[in-house]
Design a protein around this ligand. Structure first.
Ligand SMILES: Cc1ncc(COP(=O)(O)O)c(C=O)c1O
Length: 487
């Protein structure tokens, strides 16, 4: 029993702070190391003094006419947009607002299956009918490839009622497909290309990185400034550059989705990030890329450890790899990614962004330092020098076959339908009433409205045996699942 006044989250945060862990995870400011000096000073003195509301002189996010308007305009210039909106509920709210703006209720939208779960939230809110692109996984690393523009063309020909195309660029793992050709294809149909660029806000700051979604011709790009740059968590931006989008629609949707008390700390951190990056973005990104190159080179010399994208010919023509994302495999050592992540955390005080059965994902950003790189290399070298008789099996199981979804109801119809809870083993042939997204990385296996097949149930059993977690289901163990009552 704790004393009254005990603050469990504060305790946990303070404990984490004391451990002084090397951050290879989000947010990109890496404990404030990447932020503008002036903003750092202000935060050190009294952050509460900046935690304001819409009093005279401080403008209003929902009707910006003063400093917020000016700051958004400056961000638009920096990121190459016609208009930029500050977001205080992450890219999630930007994805919701974008899809609510470009489609009407009941219309069709073309989606990649490796979308983030917020896209299904948008389909529920906007009453959209999803059409899915086929999902192709890398045979060795099992991560999704971006859809080829040709596949998008085929789908647009086959389904002439599609009113918008949504793409993820780059993926969580840093794979960026050929978005310029995709934009050409999409615009032939005079419909908009909306891009989830949550993991690509930093692309504008180096010619060594893939070009940005807007440079590639996207109409809307949604970026998590907090993930790969230096804003506070939740602080994101939505950029518009388009001849076919009415940006007042976006303002209208954000008006009902965002809080009427948006945090000035979050907005200030977007302003600070913009100022900082306008001044030093290219230099800081150059330094980050140098650290990334160094780590990749060193990893290539460590026996038993490999980094995705070392041999770019694996994926040539399909995608470019963002060098700041290091997806590192331990399978040749007989070690799973999660076992490696646990060692890195406990023994070497290094925290990774994600681990799975085979790999870990480490994220670098302008807040990363060469010392972080040295710490990682020395930990990996040490791990590789040991043997793991009780580790995971050495061979990969081969590509996991993720079956294409059978959409019976639109997500909105299933979401609002009467539901009942059944045992998973009895759910075959029923229609899912909730999302099931194995985490990491959160790619939906089932969306509300999709048929639960025996293949999907078998895959859920298999993923459970790997200790995989699931986002979405009310019963996280997935012994039971909610299904639509009338099926
Ligand atoms: C690909 C992708 N899109 C969108 C989001 C949502 O972004 P946010 O956390 O800023 O709401 C995430 C979050 O992890 C993501 O990985």
């Amino acid at each position: 029993m704790h004393k009254s006044g005990y603050m469990p989250l504060i305790e946990a945060l303070v404990k984490n702070k004391k451990r002084n862990i090397v951050p290879f995870h989000m947010p990109g400011h890496k404990k404030g190391r990447g932020i503008h000096r002036k903003f750092a000073r202000l935060m050190r003195t009294n952050p509460f003094a900046l935690d304001m509301t819409e009093i005279p002189g401080l403008d209003d996010l929902h009707n910006p006419m003063g400093p917020i308007k000016e700051s958004q305009q400056r961000a638009a210039r920096l990121f190459g947009a016609d208009r930029t909106f500050f977001l205080v509920n992450g890219s999630t709210v930007g994805i919701h607002a974008a899809l609510l703006s470009v489609c009407r209720r009941g219309e069709e939208v073309l989606l990649p299956r490796d979308m983030h779960r917020s896209v299904i939230g948008a389909c529920i809110l906007a009453g959209l009918k999803p059409r899915y692109l086929p999902l192709q996984l890398d045979a060795e690393y099992l991560i999704p490839y971006p859809p080829a523009p040709e596949e998008i063309a085929v789908m647009l020909e086959r389904y002439p009622l599609i009113r918008a195309v949504f793409q993820v660029y780059p993926s969580y793992y840093g794979l960026a497909g050929d978005l310029s050709r995709t934009a050409e294809v999409v615009h032939r149909y005079n419909i908009p290309l909306v891009v989830d660029e949550a993991h690509g806000a930093h692309f504008i700051f180096s010619d060594e990185l893939p070009q940005t979604a807007l440079q590639s011709g996207a109409d809307i790009s949604i970026q998590s400034t907090h993930k790969t740059l230096d804003a506070f968590t939740q602080a994101s931006m939505l950029h518009v550059k388009s001849k076919i989008i009415d940006d007042s629609q976006i303002a209208r949707q954000l008006g009902i989705l965002q809080s009427t008390s948006p945090s000035y700390l979050l907005m200030a951190s977007l302003d600070a990030a913009t100022g900082h990056l306008q001044m030093s973005g290219r230099r800081l990104m150059g330094r980050t890329l140098k650290i990334a190159r160094y780590i990749r080179e060193q990893i290539s010399g460590i026996p038993g450890i490999k980094c995705f994208g070392e041999d770019l010919s694996q994926i040539s023509g399909m995608a470019v790899v963002d060098p700041t994302k290091l997806y590192i495999s331990f399978t040749d050592l007989g070690l799973s990614g999660c076992q490696a992540a646990e060692m890195l955390h406990k023994k070497y005080h290094i925290q990774v962004e994600l681990c799975d059965r085979f790999c870990i994902l480490c994220m670098l950003s302008i807040g990363s330092s060469p010392e972080d790189g040295d710490r990682l290399i020395s930990a990996l070298t040490d791990i590789a020098s040991k043997s793991f008789p009780n580790g995971a099996e050495k061979s990969l199981p081969g590509p996991v076959n993720i079956p294409p979804p059978r959409v019976i109801l639109n997500p909105e119809e299933a979401w609002f339908a009467p539901l009942r809870q059944v045992l998973l083993k009895e759910a075959v042939g029923k229609v899912a009433g909730e999302l099931v997204a194995p985490y990491p990385p959160g790619i939906p296996l089932l969306c509300p409205g999709e048929m639960i097949t025996s293949e999907i149930v078998a895959l859920i059993w298999e993923l459970r045996s790997w200790d995989c977690m699931f986002h979405g289901p009310g019963d996280p163990t997935l012994d039971t699942i909610k299904v639509v009552d009338s099926f």
